[in-house]
Design a binder for this molecule. Structure first.
Ligand SMILES: [Zn+2]
Length: 169
């Protein structure tokens, strides 16, 4: 039997706690435009740059990426210029989640992939290239290549230590 521990709620404040919801603090995104007109995704959302818009609602826009990893590779983004996931409000994150699920269903229904990879990068170290929060939906077919995951550390991390770092007040 696998021994697991969980906490239902992380502390909202305290040493090492996460920044406030909706905080615009940004650490290491590759590019971080300060003006909406300098952001390629904002320009697409605002209709100032060519874009293949697949769907949109009050909070999100979904478009085809300019550099598709597969046929139907989509990006779901919030309308507001939010750099990373930790800077999104709860409402924005919820809207992003809803739109992501809707777009996954769309891909399944229209393109009949064998699977869909959902990937969301925060910061240059993770592979984020445009500093406007976005979720990748990548239709997948059997045998189409790597699943793309970091190289695991040589020494497996101690789960108790990691859990303590994530949950200690
Ligand atoms: Zn933007």
């Amino acid at each position: 039997m696998v021994h697991t521990r969980r906490r239902d709620r992380l502390p909202s404040r305290g040493v090492g706690s996460a920044p406030a919801e909706g905080s615009s603090r940004s650490s290491n995104a590759a590019e971080n435009p300060t003006k909406r007109s300098d952001c390629p995704f904002c320009r697409a959302v605002d209709g100032l740059a060519p874009a293949h818009i697949v769907a949109s609602d009050d909070d999100t826009v979904t478009l085809l990426t300019n550099a598709p990893a597969s046929v139907g590779h989509l990006l779901v983004l919030p309308r507001r210029h939010v750099t990373e996931l930790w800077s999104a409000s709860s409402d924005e994150a919820a809207a992003l989640g809803r739109a992501t699920a809707q777009m996954a269903r769309l891909l399944r229904d229209r393109l009949a992939p064998d699977g869909v990879t959902v990937r969301q990068n925060n910061g240059a170290a993770s592979g984020q290239r445009v500093a406007h929060l976005h979720v990748h939906l990548v239709p997948r077919w059997h045998g189409d290549g790597s699943i793309g995951w970091p190289i695991p550390p040589a020494e497996p991390p101690d789960p108790d230590e990691v859990l303590a770092r994530l949950t200690a007040g």
